[in-house]
Ligand binder design. Structure first.
Ligand code: SAH
Length: 657
């Protein structure tokens, strides 16, 4: 179901508790709390103050007694806290509760003047840096991020795989982060998983990719790396001394399982663990489990998958039978109708990720594509356990693409006419929080200040709308949150319609990926605002681009609008090669309106190159018009006054000049 209120980025990310203890703090946090539907906790003494904000939709929870107890009680149940309180007070409140940065919630502090938002702790793994950005956007305050990675324009090393569902493995995380903070070279050996994160790095990043020879033997003069990051399904044991190392595990392993009816969860779990251990594979790298349909309700297997968060993929025997495997078995064939369960199921599960289109996702830098036959990493192993009846067979295949275990989202965002001041806070927040931002390169440049380190940004040329939409959908189906940006409003001659049409074509269920549209100020509004109030009465928009609409249809609409006395906003009035449409439009309007009907030409509204001209219908073509111009044609009552253009609504009596 579509949510009634827009779910914002911050709210999707975290279950947040906001706390105010004074009337001023209450007022300051209200814009953030209402926009993100975050419940605001206030002492019961502030109940009356809070009630004043009820019309804004503010949800308030009052508490009795000491704030210290309230925070202690909520610590385990909330993923984030936003305090409008002195930093010192917050530090004292949370000090006894802090435990481990991998599990502690995000803590964000807003000063009582509402000018600064501080990411106090849980910056990376807790998500406090991102929450800080979001709160700052809603409060138009300055975010204060003190983590080193942030100011270097780098993603935190302990969160860089999060968008792709990678699991953090063992390692000396703090030391590797410290090496990066010192600007020391760090070696990255990525054996699997998406390389998209590499495209999001600033030019001056500290990473050296792949193996490097020791300096003495090397022809280049690259300094020796001081730390190492592995991205791999393999579980490595690192030394506590010497160069610090860490490991990320993308979830690429599909474990094929065959077992006798009634095999216990312990037996299956033990078998999977044993096979992984023997082959140095990390349990964290397991994407899911695959088997034959017959085993879809095998209690031990179902129980194990639920407990581990592993999807269970089941294939019918006919499908498994068609897969060539190294270790077929006649006995198995007689029992279940396929010579292989574990190997064949693992290969099939690793071959595809539902809903993901391999062509749209493949990126040139990825060398992870494996042929069917190579996909099997561990051939069938038969595991028995002393004292347990039955046997389990396990085989492991590696997928070319990691399983993210996330439901992706498509945020269709309108960025307004081009000035950052003209974008809604909700749209700004969406752009900042998305994992990936996709749009036409000119618009991406205009919103660049809103982007955050580590974000995947894909700017495509203006003509490639279909490719842009396809790419966005593929990334969202894979599990990412993707913001597709259009200038003005995304749903007015923008990308929203195309994305939704293409989703429908692919059999979208309306829910996954989740879609949300963030409205923006369309060109007709921004253009109108520059000349006064030309759209005060019935109006319409007509695009003169005949690229996708037959010219005959456009002419019919021009005639109808002219006849019906609509004020008209002409989009796409003229390009370098398409010049005669605006001339025909003028002729059509002259048949129904006086030559001195006011016309406004607004070029690049709200951008540094803005040009505004109020003219008349007969003189329309004397002015420069291009693809960044919106032409507004008045109705029979519209009048010009000292460079302004006004269409009467009728308040002052009769319409007319
Ligand atoms: N989705 C956009 C429209 C895209 S079509 C919106 O809602 O505004 C592109 C056309 O929009 C341009 O040819 C021009 O006619 C108009 N346009 C876009 N930005 C503009 C701006 N800043 N000033 C004037 N017109 C603009």
């Amino acid at each position: 179901m579509t949510p009634l209120l827009p779910s914002t980025a911050a709210n999707d990310l975290l279950s947040t508790c906001a706390i105010a203890t004074t009337p001023a703090a209450l007022q300051i946090l209200t814009p953030f709390c209402t926009a993100t539907r975050t419940v605001l906790w206030v002492p019961s003494a502030l109940q009356a103050n809070a009630e004043q904000f009820q019309p804004t939709g503010l949800q308030v929870q009052t508490y009795e007694g000491s704030l210290r107890e309230v925070v202690a009680q909520s610590w385990g149940t909330h993923q984030a806290f936003v305090f409008a309180l002195a930093t010192g007070a917050v530090v004292r409140l949370i000090a006894p509760l802090l435990n481990n940065k991998a599990t502690d919630p995000a803590v964000v502090v807003v000063d009582e003047a509402g000018k600064f938002v501080i990411s106090l702790c849980g910056g990376h793994q807790g998500g406090a840096d991102r929450l800080t950005q979001s709160v700052a956007t809603h409060l138009t305050a300055t975010p204060v991020l003190t983590g080193a990675a942030n100011h270097q324009g780098l993603p935190g090393i302990d969160v860089l795989g999060a968008p792709f569902g990678w699991q953090r493995g063992t390692g000396r995380w703090t030391e590797v982060s410290a090496a990066i903070a010192r600007g020391e070279p760090v070696q990255v050996i990525q054996e699997t998983g998406s390389t998209l994160w590499q495209t999001a790095l600033p030019e001056s990043h500290p990473f050296q990719f792949g193996w490097t020879e020791p300096t003495a033997n090397s022809s280049d003069n690259r300094p020796d790396p001081q730390a190492r990051i592995w991205i791999s399904p393999i579980e490595r044991k690192f030394s506590d001394v010497g160069q610090p190392k860490v490991q990320w595990h993308p979830r690429v392993l599909w474990v094929g399982v065959g077992c006798e009816r009634g095999s216990s969860r312990q037996l299956i779990e033990g078998a999977v663990a044993q096979v992984c251990r023997t082959n140095h594979l990390s349990l964290e790298a397991i994407a899911g489990v695959a088997t034959v349909t017959l085993k879809a309700d095998e209690p031990g297997l179902v129980d194990l998958c639920q407990a581990k968060g592993w999807p269970l993929r089941c294939f019918p025997p006919e499908q498994l039978k068609a897969v060539p495997v190294p270790t077929p078995s006649e006995v198995v064939e007689q029992a279940v109708g396929t010579p292989s369960v574990a190997e064949a199921a693992a290969i099939l599960a690793a071959a595809r990720i539902p809903g993901f289109s391999a062509t749209a996702l493949s990126d040139s830098s990825s060398s992870n594509g494996l042929e069917d036959a190579q996909r099997l990493r561990v051939t069938k192993q038969v595991i028995r356990q002393e004292g347990e009846a039955g046997a389990v067979t396990v085989a492991i295949a590696q997928a070319p693409q990691e399983y993210t275990n996330r439901i992706g989202a498509l945020w269709l965002v309108g960025t307004g006419p081009g000035n950052l001041n003209q974008i809604t806070p909700a749209a700004k927040d969406a752009i900042n929080q998305a994992d990936a931002v996709i749009g036409y390169s000119l618009y991406i440049d205009l919103i660049r200040p809103l982007l955050r380190p580590g974000q995947i940004v894909e700017a495509l040329p203006i003509t490639q709308e279909r490719q842009r939409a396809e790419r966005a959908i593929a990334l969202a189906q894979w599990g990412l949150t993707v913001a597709v940006v259009s200038s003005g409003d995304c749903g007015i001659y923008g990308m929203a319609g195309l994305v939704l049409e293409m989703l429908k074509e692919q059999g979208w269920d309306g829910e996954a990926p989740a879609v949300e549209v963030f409205p923006g100020i369309s060109a007709l509004q921004s253009a109108a605002s520059r000349v006064g109030a030309p759209l005060m009465h019935d109006f319409c928009a007509i695009s003169l681009s005949d690229l996708l609409t037959p010219w005959e249809v456009i002419q019919q609409r021009l005639r109808a609008a002219a006849q019906a006395d609509f004020v008209v906003a002409l989009y796409n009035p003229k390009s370098k090669t398409r010049t005669h449409q605006i001339e025909v439009a003028q002729q059509i309007f002259l048949q129904h309106r006086a030559p001195d009907t006011p016309v406004a030409l607004i070029q690049s509204a709200f951008r540094p190159e803005e040009q505004v001209q109020v003219s008349t219908l007969s003189a329309l073509l004397e002015h420069p018009i291009d693809m960044l111009t919106t032409v507004l044609i008045g109705n029979q009552s519209t009048f010009a006054h000292k460079g302004w253009m006004i269409t009467p609504r009728g308040y002052l009596g009769q319409m007319g000049k």
